[in-house]
Design a protein around this ligand. Structure first.
Ligand SMILES: [Ca+2]
Length: 503
């Protein structure tokens, strides 16, 4: 077995100190299919709003997330879309999926409309002409680095290559949404595993024992070192393929799970979680080593709900105490872990004076992945691009531990395709949550469900019959927002558009 030994260039401290005075570095640390409960950091709260540990928090081991949560701020209810590509497009554009219309996950080689989905959905994803976060940062002098899973467009599209949508460098990103293999011995799919999903650009690690998560971390360090050497601020879009299936064991951590009463797949998933957590710690250590930690802002998040192999999709299992998992309309399908903070806290750096963090605390006001676009530009002190329509909010007030009273409390999530759950729109208005399910085969019989999350977090008590007025108002508001954002609707069996029906 070949061992991979990284050789890294460490730039001079002088350059690092110079950079401290400049625009802050931005890191988006995005974990594929990681839900809010797949960690030892508690994101649930008790009746007093304090973090509350649940059984899954005891099962997973994420010490570096704990480290970031201690120096950063985490959010109790942070929302993504229910699957990957819609979330990724929302992060890079600040737009809701109803607006950018990449409403389903992108199949690398087909249109993936699913039987009754809207034919005109944006299955080709992001293009060269889209306004994206990396493109705006690039224009402002940043070196923009994409590492890992991209999934911004299918094979042959412009979005297939992250370099077409604003990134200067790309290692590992292409049309695929999951790796052919996590093992260097397998060449990440080039030697063994699913060749159609082989991860590109990592030839130097082929045949070594470098786990994919680790190889990508080494590549991120190499690109960051180059940016520091060039004396440029960087935007690192660190997008791990972990913890998406295939759930392959990361042997470095298997001893932690010996004798535990869980399936082999569940144990393999837990080791994938530990591997991505180590990557976070390695990068944080590296920023300190380079002397740039105090000027580097880190956002940690998942891209949709948990896919932990712990039970049925619609039940209270993978994300307990939340119901549901990836691809469902329930909270477990759309709530993600979110932590934001500086690589190292300081009272003196200009960037930290401008963006304050409520260190170690949990924010109870909700937020979404669409917020990254305006927030990260604000932290970078870069103007919003003129004429670009976006749906997110600048959450710097919330990062400082306050409630943002200007923020609207409604969240729309639109999924007009088939998946674990199919053809639905959810509309959240403070503690109320409406689930509207389109019915392609019986168009006049949609399904309405209404939950009060403040007393029914696992969405088991449907109040749609008991609260008809509330239901009607919620559906009316949902339709207004869908139309405002230009949503495309599912179709009935004759191909006719299924507009929502107000009860
Ligand atoms: Ca995903």
């Amino acid at each position: 077995m070949k061992r991979f030994t990284p050789l890294l260039f460490v730039p001079s401290l002088l350059l690092a100190q110079e950079q401290e005075q400049k625009q802050p570095n931005i890191v988006v640390f995005l974990i594929d299919d990681m839900g809010v409960m797949d960690t030892s950091v508690p994101f649930m709260v008790d009746e007093n709003g304090n973090p509350r540990s649940c059984p899954l928090n005891d099962w997973y081991r994420t010490p570096n997330m704990e480290r970031l949560a201690n120096q950063g701020v985490r959010f109790n209810s942070f929302y993504a879309q229910s699957v990957s590509s819609p979330s990724r497009a929302s992060i890079l554009t600040g737009q809701n999926s109803a607006r950018h219309r990449t409403t389903n996950w992108i199949s690398p080689t087909s249109k993936n409309t699913t039987p009754h989905g809207p034919k005109a959905w944006n299955w080709e994803g992001l293009t060269k002409s889209d306004v994206t976060l990396p493109k705006v940062l690039q224009s402002a002098g940043y070196k923009t680095i994409h590492i890992g899973k991209a999934h911004y467009g299918p094979v042959g599209s412009e979005g297939e290559d992250p370099k077409n949508i604003g990134f200067d460098a790309n290692v590992g990103g292409c049309a695929i949404g999951h790796p052919g293999s996590y093992y260097g011995e397998d060449g990440y799919g080039h030697i063994k595993g699913a060749k159609s999903h082989a991860v590109p650009h990592l030839e130097k690690y082929h045949g070594t024992d470098a786990f994919l998560t680790d190889a990508l971390t080494q590549e991120a360090k190499r690109e960051v070192a180059l940016a520091v050497e060039q004396d440029k601020p960087f935007f690192l879009n660190m997008c791990h393929y972990a913890v998406h299936a295939p759930f392959m064991l990361d042997k470095r951590y298997v001893d932690h799970y010996k004798g535990k009463d869980k399936s082999e797949r569940a144990i393999a998933f837990a080791t994938l979680i530990e591997g991505m957590d180590k990557s976070l710690g390695d990068l944080m250590d590296y920023f300190e080593e380079l002397g740039i930690a105090e000027n580097t802002f880190i956002v940690f998040l998942g891209d949709n709900g948990s896919d932990a192999p712990l039970g049925k999709a619609n039940e209270c299992t993978s994300a307990a105490p939340l119901r549901g998992k990836k691809g469902t309309e329930y909270e477990g399908g759309v709530r993600i872990p979110f932590i934001a903070g500086w690589g190292k806290n300081s009272d003196t750096t200009p960037a930290q004076k401008r963006t304050k963090i409520d260190a170690g605390k949990i924010q109870l006001q909700q937020a979404t992945i669409m917020d990254l676009f305006p927030t990260l530009l604000a932290i970078a002190d870069v103007d919003m691009p003129k004429g670009h329509i976006y749906d997110g909010y600048n959450i710097t007030t919330q990062l400082a531990g306050k409630k943002d009273r200007k923020r609207e409390e409604q969240i729309l999530m639109h999924f007009p395709h088939a998946h674990n759950c199919s053809y639905f729109t959810t509309y959240k208005d403070e503690e109320w949550k409406l689930i509207y399910e389109y019915s392609p085969k019986t168009p006049t019989e949609p399904r309405y469900r209404l939950f009060n999350l403040s007393v029914d977090l696992n969405e088991s008590n449907d109040l749609s019959s008991a609260e008809p007025e509330k239901l009607k108002k919620m559906v009316e508001k949902m339709v207004k927002q869908l139309d405002r954002e230009g949503a495309l609707y599912p179709q009935d069996v004759q191909g006719k558009e299924l507009r929502p029906i107000v009860p």
